[in-house]
Write a protein that binds this ligand. Structure first.
Ligand code: ZN
Length: 341
């Protein structure tokens, strides 16, 4: 065993045996924002075998305050978050197989992406994707770790299929951040994301080293600004509920064949548009065509078109993120006009 993991091996909860098991395991991270950057960093340093980083977005200046894997150079290079994260993480630990996947996780690609991973870590910012992860993981018996934060408040919970309640079982228990509170209105301080992601990474280490008895139970909630921490006991939620997912085995998010073509992105003044058949685009050809209508730049991963007050970012699978509007019809109009259906 290399010197690299010497301190971790000394730790009673891991040891040589735990480290060997860890080095055979695959983790999937969905969403590489504030939570994802920290948990990816910690897991890659711990020496897991493989990490898949899934993220649909690119890096913006307002991310740098809390998304610890990114820097100003990444923004200049217009890198998607997953790609920038992969490059940074690979420098940290060249022994780990790290895969950057720039997609919107949806029912059509989740099976290929998550496969039979050993753990899935939630770094998303929306319940639609979390319910999809919940459906897939409950159906396939894969543990996953919910995480969320806003302002100075953070939440996390382990979902171990058939052993603990799933996200749908406890949904009523999850304190709403308030209907109007989003990253837009409430903001966020970096330490809360760092703390919740550190807990997620610790729980992942326990799962991956098969220390199931050490797992945190229930829903953990903390407010770092108000210095309040509590653990909500949800253990009996599964017995009490007639959960659509883990009791009725109705995986409604997984079985949807139609999912929204246009999605408003949390706190971004932006809309994501999915290409109807996700066909591969030649970004260079597209750049040649759009050069006449506005300011265009592109790299191997994405193309950026600035036109009036809007910015269209197009990925090679045809997916686009249109900033400068929260109106789906405006975004769809711009997409149809410039990218085409
Ligand atoms: Zn359930």
């Amino acid at each position: 065993m290399s010197e690299r993991y010497a301190r971790q091996v000394l730790f009673y909860g891991i040891g040589n045996k735990g480290q060997k098991i860890l080095m055979e395991k695959t983790a999937v991270l969905v969403g590489c924002g504030a939570l994802g950057c920290t948990s990816a960093n910690l897991l890659v340093r711990s020496g897991i075998k493989r990490l898949k980083v899934i993220d649909r977005d690119f890096i913006e200046e307002s991310n740098l305050q809390r998304q610890s894997l990114f820097d100003e150079e990444d923004i200049k290079r217009n890198l998607p978050k997953a790609v920038a994260a992969q490059k940074k993480l690979q420098k940290i630990n060249s022994q780990v197989q790290i895969e950057a996947i720039v997609v919107d996780l949806n029912p059509s690609n989740i099976e290929t992406i998550i496969g039979n991973a050993n753990v899935v870590i939630d770094g998303t910012d929306n319940f639609e994707t979390r319910f999809l992860i919940n459906d897939y993981c409950v159906k396939h018996g894969i543990p996953w770790i919910y995480g969320a934060c806003i302002g100075s408040v953070g939440l996390t919970m382990n979902i171990i299929p058939s052993k603990t309640p799933c996200l749908r079982c406890v949904l009523d228990t999850i304190p709403p951040f308030g209907a109007t509170e989003t990253c837009d209105t409430a903001g966020i301080i970096a330490p809360i994301a760092s703390m919740i992601a550190s807990i997620q990474a610790t729980e992942a280490l326990k799962i991956l080293t098969e220390n199931y008895d050490a797992l945190s139970k229930g829903l953990f909630k903390t407010d770092l600004w108000r210095n309040e921490t509590k653990r909500l006991h949800v253990e009996d939620a599964m017995e009490k509920s007639d959960c659509i997912t883990c009791k009725q085995h109705n995986y409604e998010f997984l079985s949807r064949d139609k999912y929204s073509m246009a999605t408003s992105l949390c706190g971004r003044n932006a809309i994501q548009i999915l290409h109807p058949n996700g066909s591969k685009l030649n970004l260079e050809t597209l750049a040649g065509r759009l050069g006449k209508v506005g300011e265009v730049s592109f790299n191997n991963f994405l193309l950026r078109l600035k036109i009036d007050k809007y910015e269209l970012t197009v990925f090679s699978d045809g997916r686009s993120i249109i900033t400068g509007t929260n109106d789906a019809s405006i975004a769809k109009g711009l997409y149809a006009k410039y990218i085409g259906m």
